[in-house]
Design a protein around this ligand. Structure first.
Ligand code: HAM
Length: 436
């Protein structure tokens, strides 16, 4: 049989490897999220990556892009229709209802972090597998929560090191007042149907609010004069939004009112918001569209409990896109802590030297000293070269003779001075030198 040509494997389109050199950025971002979550009393929750397909059909909406175009759906061997989760809010609500968390003291403040999947057209900042952190407050009606969530997102960004964070806010009303807005919007777009893109011609009929999300130049133009949600809010939604804005003012959070912000998921009610990071010195020209690169978004979703489990659960939340945030961390040269540097290099020579070095490594490690080794190498010269390159100050050299005599050489890599020590004193000596 002729041999098949070997396939050259690559990561799947839209799914990226996070390489070691990027890990310090990710680790730092995760730390900032954990730290802020704890400071505001949020508890961690993790839900499975795979969920029932219907969970997102009922929550994000049958006509949302997520459900219509972006779900990784498959049938399990048992015949269940499953999906790789496209977002985190519906699973959290599912878990909250499933585990009877309604009976715990309310509100429940939960946060999570992990991978999500959307079959999108990959482009800058848009992936098919991406990571989000998310915060959800379940069982609380007060508008103070909406403002707090905006505040928490901004504080995570500040903790990371960003200074220029823009929050855009809007209210899209509730099931009482939104139909009126929807009718006005449909009337406006029907009147201008020849001025919208091909996709939006369909959207006007199926899901008119989505037309406001369209990034097509023609649709962006037309949006400028489209009806605004705020003009159609009922008294209750108006009052709620007024308080949200007052609390944001009280917290001294700068925000921009974006009367056309609607968000791409159907479960939102009342407040919605999105976050943008502005690059250094890049002043936004007046009246220009905000960068299309939202690093986070969220809002209130008071009706979600009802569609998922027939429960009234007043809730709000937000999520951040971690790839996008890491992109800006690198772009803006934010300094992040590097992983802990090794304290001491162990260089070994000969069979006996290698064997004793294995034990020495464990001994140092158990005393809180971080050793580093290249036990596969046999030449002292090449090991010292590596130690030098790594910028390590102390190297321990264990050759055949030292191993036999129960000694070890300690080399100061800066001065090149080498001293001989009995093996049983070396840990104390290293500790002493690390303190200096
Ligand atoms: P979302 O706006 O769809 O909201 O996603 C939140 C963030 O995830 C976005 O602002 C963006 O930074 C990032 N993101 C979304 N899609 C992609 C992608 N394809 N590639 C890279 N990053 C992406 C939600 O998912 C809601 N669950 C947020 C929420 C929580 N609402 C209430 N609670």
């Amino acid at each position: 049989m002729p041999k098949k040509a070997k396939k050259s494997f690559q990561s799947v389109k839209g799914m990226a490897d996070i390489l070691p050199q990027s890990q310090p950025y990710w680790e730092y971002l995760r730390q900032c999220v954990h730290k802020t979550a704890q400071a505001y009393g949020f508890e961690r929750i993790d839900t499975p990556i795979v969920e029932d397909e219907d969970l997102f059909k009922v929550s994000a909406g049958e006509t949302s892009d997520i459900v219509q175009k972006q779900m990784y759906s498959f049938k399990s061997k048992g015949g269940d229709n499953l999906v790789l989760r496209p977002e985190g809010t519906a699973p959290i609500m599912r878990s909250y209802i499933e585990h009877g968390m309604l009976n715990l003291p309310q509100p429940l403040k939960l946060y999570y972090m992990g991978p999500f999947f959307r079959y999108e057209q990959p482009q800058g900042g848009r992936y098919r597998q991406f990571y989000q952190f998310g915060f959800e407050v379940l069982g609380e009606e007060s508008p103070v929560v909406d403002a707090q969530l905006v505040n928490i997102f901004i504080n995570i960004m500040k903790e990371v090191g960003f200074k220029n964070i823009e929050a855009q806010v809007n209210s899209i009303g509730c099931k009482e007042c939104r139909p009126k807005f929807r009718s006005a919007l449909v009337a406006y777009y029907k009147h201008n149907i020849n001025k919208v893109c091909k996709d939006c011609r369909k959207r006007v009929k199926s899901n008119p609010l989505r037309v406001l999300d369209c990034k097509d130049e023609k649709c962006l133009q037309l949006k400028q004069r489209a009806p605004q949600t705020l003009d159609y809010l009922c008294d209750s939604c108006q009052r709620h939004f007024k308080y949200v804005l007052e609390y944001l003012d009280e917290l001294e959070i700068p925000y921009a009112l974006n009367p056309h912000l609607v968000r791409g998921l159907d479960y939102y009610t009342k407040t919605v918001f999105e976050f943008f990071l502005k690059e250094k010195d890049e002043a936004q020209p007046e009246g220009a569209e905000a960068p299309s690169f939202a690093v986070g978004g969220g809002g209130r979703f008071d009706a979600l409990g009802d569609v998922i489990g027939n429960k009234k659960v007043f809730s709000a939340g937000m999520a951040g896109g971690m790839e996008r945030i890491v992109y800006f961390m690198k772009k803006m040269e934010i300094k992040v802590p590097q992983g802990p540097q090794p304290h001491v290099f162990i260089a070994q020579l000969g069979d006996m030297g290698k064997k004793k070095s294995l034990k020495l490594f464990e001994n140092l490690r158990s005393k809180g000293i971080r050793p580093v080794e290249f036990f596969g190498k046999d030449s002292i010269k090449s090991q010292l070269r590596i130690a030098d390159k790594m910028g390590i100050k102390h190297t321990l050299i264990l050759g055949q003779k030292e191993a036999l005599d129960g000694n070890i050489i300690l080399r100061d890599m800066e001065s090149g001075i080498q001293e001989l020590f009995p093996m049983d004193r070396i840990v104390d000596e290293i500790k002493k030198r690390l303190k200096k």
